[in-house]
Ligand binder design. Structure first.
Ligand code: AMP
Ligand code: ZN
Length: 473
């Protein structure tokens, strides 16, 4: 098949044509969430754009296998192997066990993904499933003398590599080394940039999850999981590795160091990174009090898919600032779009030539460094073009395999919901009238019975000065 997809490879700092290791196939690995809290919509921007890449590859004909880890152990609050384990922090905050926290937030993550039409990867593997694989990789690194034991912990020796800072230019390297100068020093390390593969000693010894290892009871460092889990499912040569830009250093840099030292050859050819979503105050963070989640958007009345629409309108290599004002505009545009598609006449047969020509334009936009806003423009152009409605409908359905905006289904669902709402409103108002009459006649038992009847149906009544108000519970 023709290799026509191109995207920016952080490793070569160029937009490159994607050529897989195996003709017609694409192996993809995605750094999954650290499940100590809800994902914020910034995290989800990364997953939306990675989903778009996967679906683009599938659309043009690749057989994709995508793997994702779930970080449920080892991710400390600082990238410099110091601080508290984020999972333990979550467990303490909520007075639960680490595994309860992991289960709850893993489920919440996939529920959010479902609302945003993010496909679940073919393989999802929690880090705590693979401890024996981590130990095996670390043992091999020890045998090959890429790793050493010091103060009870096992560290990766970055000085053994010709080029540790693989993603960075000379200037950036100097900056990174400078930054590391400020980092609180771990006296066990031979070099500042060395990182932990296995902890047996740390600043906190109440770590809940610990395992036996050749170096004593302990737990893995954060980076080792992605190397092991990707190799377990995708083999020793991988096509694409994804993540947000904050993963470039140190996480992905360390993944490459340990993977290639272990394998003795190049590991992954393409590195796809999504830039950050910011809010007015700067970078989004889970440690900030009221951070933005899908549930928060829903509670404010937004359809979560509008957030996906918002993300698709900007390029994955540009930072994106979130604001409710822009989301409101997106919401209005989305309503119009799904109404337009949902009311197209579907009788007749689609025009094959028009279909092929528009599919080619749509593919060209996505294959050109995943130009999602251009792909949306192709959709709008197509809807304006002079062709049969059934052709437009078929094209919208086809484009939605990648865009995943519920283009053909949202309108009908909304109409049905409106009908239900209109029926419900009529019923509730009649009951309120009946209750008011009962109260006037001092039949309080009947008035209470009506209130309870509504409550059972999920309707809350509130007596206010302006009269009786109601809402769904
Ligand atoms: P975490 O759950 O912190 O491990 O992060 C999950 C994913 O979200 C990683 O790929 C991060 O690189 C990515 N990420 C973190 N913050 C943002 C942000 N503000 N915008 C986009 N992606 C982010
Ligand atoms: Zn990772």
């Amino acid at each position: 098949m023709e290799n026509k997809v191109s995207f920016y490879n952080t490793l070569t700092k160029k937009v490159e044509r994607f050529i897989p290791n195996e003709e017609g196939k694409a192996s993809m690995y995605t750094c999954g969430p650290t499940v100590y809290h809800y994902a914020h919509i910034g995290n989800l921007r990364s997953y939306i754009m990675e989903d778009l890449l996967e679906k683009t590859l599938r659309y043009v004909g690749y057989d994709v296998k995508r793997v994702m880890n779930i970080t449920d152990v080892g991710h400390l609050s600082s990238d410099a192997d110091t601080g508290e384990d984020k999972m333990l922090k979550g467990a303490k905050r909520e007075h639960k066990t680490v595994m309860e926290i992991a289960k709850y937030y893993t489920d919440a993550f996939f529920a959010d993904c479902a609302k945003l039409n993010i496909k679940t990867p073919d393989v999802v593997e929690p880090a705590t499933n693979c401890i024996s694989e981590f130990i095996h990789m670390i043992e091999t690194l020890m045998q090959k003398e890429y790793a050493y034991e010091s103060g009870g912990n096992i560290y990766f020796d970055t000085s053994k590599l010709g080029d540790y800072y693989v993603f960075s230019s000379q200037n950036e390297k100097e900056l990174l080394v400078g930054v590391r100068d400020d980092v609180e020093e771990d006296a066990n390390k031979r070099n500042k940039s060395d990182f932990v593969l296995w902890f047996t000693k740390s600043k906190f010894d109440d770590q809940e999850l610990k395992w036996e290892s050749p170096w004593g009871v302990g737990y893995p460092g954060w980076h080792i999981e992605c190397s092991c889990i990707s190799m377990k499912h995708l083999g020793e040569q991988m096509d694409i590795h994804c993540g947000g830009v904050d993963n470039i250093f140190p996480h992905h840099t360390n993944e490459i160091a340990q993977s290639e030292a272990y394998l003795g050859h190049k590991w992954c050819n393409y590195w796809f990174h999504v830039h950050h979503l910011t809010d007015k105050s700067g970078k989004m963070s889970k440690s900030k009090g009221d951070f933005l989640t899908v549930s928060l958007l829903e509670s404010k009345g937004y359809d979560p898919i509008v957030y996906r629409f918002f993300c698709l309108q900007s390029h994955y290599r540009k930072p994106l600032e979130f604001s409710y004002e822009v989301l409101d505009n997106m919401s209005a545009a989305y309503d119009k779009l799904v109404k337009r598609v949902g009311t197209l006449d579907r009788t007749g047969t689609p025009d094959k030539e028009k279909m092929a020509s528009y599919r080619a334009k749509f593919e060209a936009a996505l294959c050109d460094d995943l130009n999602s806003s251009m792909a949306v423009t192709v959709l709008y152009d197509m809807l304006k073009d002079d062709m049969t409605e059934v052709t437009k409908y078929a094209l919208a359905e086809s484009f939605d395999e990648v865009l995943s905006l519920n283009l053909t289904t949202a309108h009908a669902i909304r109409e049905a919901e409106n009908k239900v709402d209109a029926g419900l409103k009529q019923y509730v108002l009649a009951k309120i009238e009946e209750r008011t009459a009962a109260k006037k006649e001092k039949d309080f038992a009947k008035a209470d019975a009506i209130r309870n009847e509504l409550l059972e149906k999920g309707i809350l009544l509130e007596d206010t000065r302006e009269g009786v108000k109601w809402k769904k519970a």
